[in-house]
Write a protein that binds this ligand. Sequence first.
Ligand code: UN1
Length: 501
Amino acid sequence: MATTHLRNYIDGRWVEGSSGQSFDDLDPATGEVIATATRSSTADVDKAVEAARRAYDAWRLYPAPKRGEILYRAGEIMLARKDDLAREMTSEMGKVLAEARGDVQEGIDMTYYIAGEGRRQFGDVVPAELPNKWAMSMRHPHGVVAAITPWNFPLAIPTWKIMPALILGNTVVFKPASYTPMLAVRLAEILEEAGLPKGVLNLVLGPGGDLGDHLVQHPAIDLISFTGSSDTGAHISEIAGRLLKRVSAELGGKNAIVVLDDADVDLSIDGIVWSAFGTSGQRCTAASRVIAHRGVANDVIDKLVGRAKKLRMGHGLEPTTDIGPVVSRQAQEKVASYMPIAEKEGATIAAGGRIPTEGALGKGFFHEPTVLVDVKPNMRVAQEEIFGPVTAVIEVSSVDEAIRVLNSTKYGLSCSVYTRNVNNAFRFMRDAETGLVYVNAGTIGAEIQLPFGGMKSTGNGHREAGRAALDVYSEWKSIYVDYSGKLQRAQMDTVEKDKAP
Ligand code: UN1
């Protein structure tokens, strides 16, 4: 039974959308409605953007260290509520409780880290080429940021976008994925409670499509930060490109774990199981490919298949559950649709491959953890992002071939190599065309103090998190102050060599 109704947060007030309609927030493990949420119209988007615009000047001029204090308070509140937030997250999108706690922790980490930027945001002060002249650079906010976020990290990823946007003096319109309105409401509540002034963050709930397009096109939106599918990312970039708006896009992945013949195979299996099936494979960084050297491939396959078959599916709140559902019926059907595609292309389903229909599992959106073998690098299951608990094992005969296969997809987010040979490790670190490289660890587990993002079609060159986030949410302004009292022409009125002291 629905117990909660979720509303928009616009100009410091919790309000119904103007359409008068709602949409359901489902528990993907049971298919039951856990909340309803207001379905916003484009008129609500307009109100949110206008409120953000109105709040911008006061927020931009509010000292950054003070903005940081609000963020610190938000981090404290998140920490105090970690368990409740994690439980709601598990109910809303299915990931097991331990992982949901990790998601909340990542949000806390990001919030604290960025709060510190309230007292940094360094620019450069550099020598000028002319005497009695000052040269420096400083950061300047963009204005109003649209943060369009996915459901797979319903707290962490919104903090990756909203916190750096705020610390730099931007105001925000937050449009979360429609599968996770509850966690979005919780984050807005936390920022409200932490003392964020009205209009600085505005939340608009509802399915993407028209709403998203309207937000992206709105003349008062200056920067769009989007995480999601490559198709949607390209669509947003196309609209924004015509309007010369800034876009930061974090998109798909087809991440691989490479196991060389000198690897500790048991260690690699732990990494593969965690990276392929954690969050039911619904991480941008999930290991959806395993590239195994033929010297260890049989061992890798036997052990991986054995482990995959033992994973217990169930509700993420049950302590016995290893793997929860995927987010929706549609996602479940998409994952299942790849099984006949795999077989038709000559791959073999060595573990899993089915939608469980029996008992409680039949009510939720589950898919068995699946291992595909006999996979060739160009097959669709080795190229396309499935975003579910499916990994495809590809055999190779050399380190060179492993690197070639690793780089043979259009994506470039994360990869890992298991090896005990330091030379091989360094070759992968150098040659992988991915934004994240792990040595003897899985493809997931990025920490917030380093840049996060990918090469090639995984994005458009920007990075989230770390210091790199500051570059997304601000423009550089270079400032020259001439205190000579006369016209000094750069590149022309410089001191000649023969006049040097
Ligand atoms: C994502 O899947 O979009 O490295 C983010 C990781 C997490 C973040 C993943 N820290 O898997």
